[in-house]
Every structure is written in C-alpha cells, then in structure tokens.
Design a protein around this ligand. Sequence first.
Ligand code: ADP
Ligand code: ASP
Ligand code: MG
Length: 400
Amino acid sequence: MRAVLKFGGSSVATIELMKKVAEVIIKRKKLYDELIIVVSAMGKTTNQLISMAKEISLYPNKREMDLLISTGEVVSISLLSLILQEMGENSIALTGTQAGILTKGTHTKNKISDIHTEKIESELALGKIVIVAGFQGFNEQGDITTLGRGGSDTSAVALAAKLNSICEIYTDVDGIYGIDPRLYKDAKKLKQIDYEEMKEMAFLGAKVMEPRSIDIAQNHGVIVYVAKTLSDEEGTYIMNYKDGLEDKKITGIAVSDKVIMVSMKRIPYSAKLTAELFRDLAKNEVNVDVINQNPSIGGNMNIAFTAHADDLDAVNEVLDQFKVKYPVVNILRIDDVVKVSLIGSAMRTQSGIAAEAFEVLADNDLEFKLVTTSEISISYTFDRSKKDKVIEVLAKHFNV
Ligand code: ADP
Ligand code: ASP
Ligand code: MG
C-alpha cells in the first residue's frame, strides 16, 4: 500500500523539526510500502518572500512572483531529503515540475490539470521515498506556477488521487474541530467529517485545509486523514460520511478575518454599470463573495460586496479604475470586518436553523452588516470588534 503524507509549514519550520518529521516518515514506512511526502515552505517563508516583492512593487509581475514563492518549498524538500539520507534512507526530492504537476490558469492561482506521474512511479519502484514540493507546478509554457495560498494541501490530495492512495495531512492541530480551537477553547474534535461540509468550512475560512483540496478528494474518493505531526492523538477523517447528519443542526463554524468589504454609494442606477464592475473584478480573478445591491432611490443605488483579503491588490486595481471612470461614486473599503459562517448539511432538510441563529444573535445584541446563505451554510459579516462575542455565543449555542 502507498500513502501521501503532507507536512505543513509549521511542522518543517526548523531543521530540528524537520528531523522529527523524518522520524515520523520512517515510522510510517513500517506501515506503508511506498511513501510520497509533500512539504510546504519552512514556517512563514512564503509570507517573507511576498513581503520582499512588495518592497519592490505594489503590483508585482505574477509570473516572477510564482518563481519567487516557489523557492520556499524547494528549500524544504531538499533539506528534508538530505536529512532522510543522513538517517540512512533512500530518498529523492522533486520540484513540482520534476514531479510532473501540470497546471493551468492565472499565475499565483493555478489549478492542477494533470500529473504526469512517470518519474514518481519510477523512483518509487526503485524503493525511494519521494519528496515532492507542495504548492507548485508548471504550465504549458514551461513556466513555474503556484496553486494559491495553502496550496500544498491541494498538491498532496491531487497526488493521492492520481497515485491511488490515502492522504495523511500532518499539521499543528490534532484534527478537524467544529470551530478553530484557537478561537474557542471548548471546541469539539470531529472523528470524521463529510467532504461537502469540510469543503464549505474550508471555503468559508477554516484554514486547516485548502478548499480546493477537498473538492479533489471528493471527486476522486480520496480519504483524507488530518492529524498533528508529533502526536499520537487520533485525528479526523474527511470522507463520505452521512450517518447521523440529521441529528446535528450545525457541524461547524468557520471564521474568516481575511475579508474585505467594499461599500459603493451613489452609483447611478444602471444594470450595465453593475455588470461592468463585477466583470472587471472577475477579469482580475477576484472571487466576490457576498453581494448586496439596494434598490434604486432617486436614480441612485448602493452596492456592497465582500472578497477575500488575499485579493486586496486585485480589488484595489479595479476600484482605482472605477474611481477614475465614475468620480461621483463614493467608494469605501472597510477592512475591519469578520465573516462568521454556520455550516451543516442538516440545513438542507431541517427548517428553522437560520431563524434560530438570527434569534441568538438578536438576543445578544449582535448586529451584522451582511448575511448570505448557501444550501448548507449561513454567513454573517460583522464589525471585527464583535468577533469574540459572536464566536462565544454561536459556538456555545450550537455546541460545536
Ligand atoms: P499547515 O501549515 O500545516 O498547512 P495551517 O496553519 O494551514 O497549517 O492550518 C492549521 C490551522 O488551522 C490550525 O492551527 C488551526 O488554528 C486552524 N483551524 C482553523 N479552523 C480549524 C478547525 N475547524 N479545526 C482545526 N483547526 C482549524
Ligand atoms: N507555502 C505555501 C503557503 O504558505 C503553501 C502551503 O503552505 O500550503 O501558502
Ligand atoms: Mg495550510
């Protein structure tokens, strides 16, 4: 049997920690015949690389950015492989390109289109532990690409899908909790969580897993096990899991600080203008989240929308152009907001969950700015000053 094991940035932050990771790998080798290891950049390396580029340019060229930020993972695969070899293991480090990870799309936000696994397979056949750089690949032009922040999860799950294996994600938390245990100390760990709910939690801000990785896992039936790197605690399985779903109203709560809210006032009412705004945002690869448009009063309307803070530059670029084109429009970007989302498959079949949440918030005088729902989630945008209280009240009420 083979397994893909992924170690996140905090697990490989220092050489000392990498040596511990190497011990974990050697232990897992007793259980699995073939191991593919995916690693992230050491600690906060990716952030540091991005900051350096920002010292040079406000909107750095994305192709060069990809090249730059891909180096973090190249450092960690090389060091980890050297450590394993020093410990007497037979290992080989491969960049995304060498591992055949073909991607397409926009630089810094590429998607994996295929993985040519011949090289990995031949190295595995030679009995080697294959260490692959997470977060990166190459495109049809032969350029180095990256998969978006947190993308090593996606690399790991995609490799597991292609190589027909289980995927174990080792991180700094011992499993998936109903809510980030850093935010709510009484958070409860889940033994297993359904793909659909995990995907929604991840998309809505539970950064423990990169959302697209769960999409791939679900589409290819990859079972993902999330556990803590240096711990024997039982982790969480992400898999098809429908049992007992009707019992629990809310499976989890996701909190995202990485939200920007844009409020645009006095826009001359015109469907064309709204279309233009969102088309420009889409062209700039901005993933717009909540949209709220007020009806026209006296020929003017207001629009508010939220987007992910990682898209700040792209949003600013569009707003700058918009201000030039439509100087009468009053544009306000509000950064101190937080999005809190309730997630649960039970919402599909049980009525009254939204009503219950509205009531709890009202009883505690917690006013929200925007609200939006999907089939299995409700998301509220609040002033950041309300964050702690909102979390406490909702987590306690829904017992996550
Ligand atoms: P890695 O560097 O290993 O990829 P991340 O920092 O990306 O790790 O993800 C792990 C973090 O995710 C944890 O430290 C935890 O604070 C956070 N997290 C957010 N939501 C959850 C959740 N529902 N359950 C567990 N951890 C969560
Ligand atoms: N190093 C990349 C990041 O920090 C990818 C990852 O850690 O998953 O986003
Ligand atoms: Mg991560």
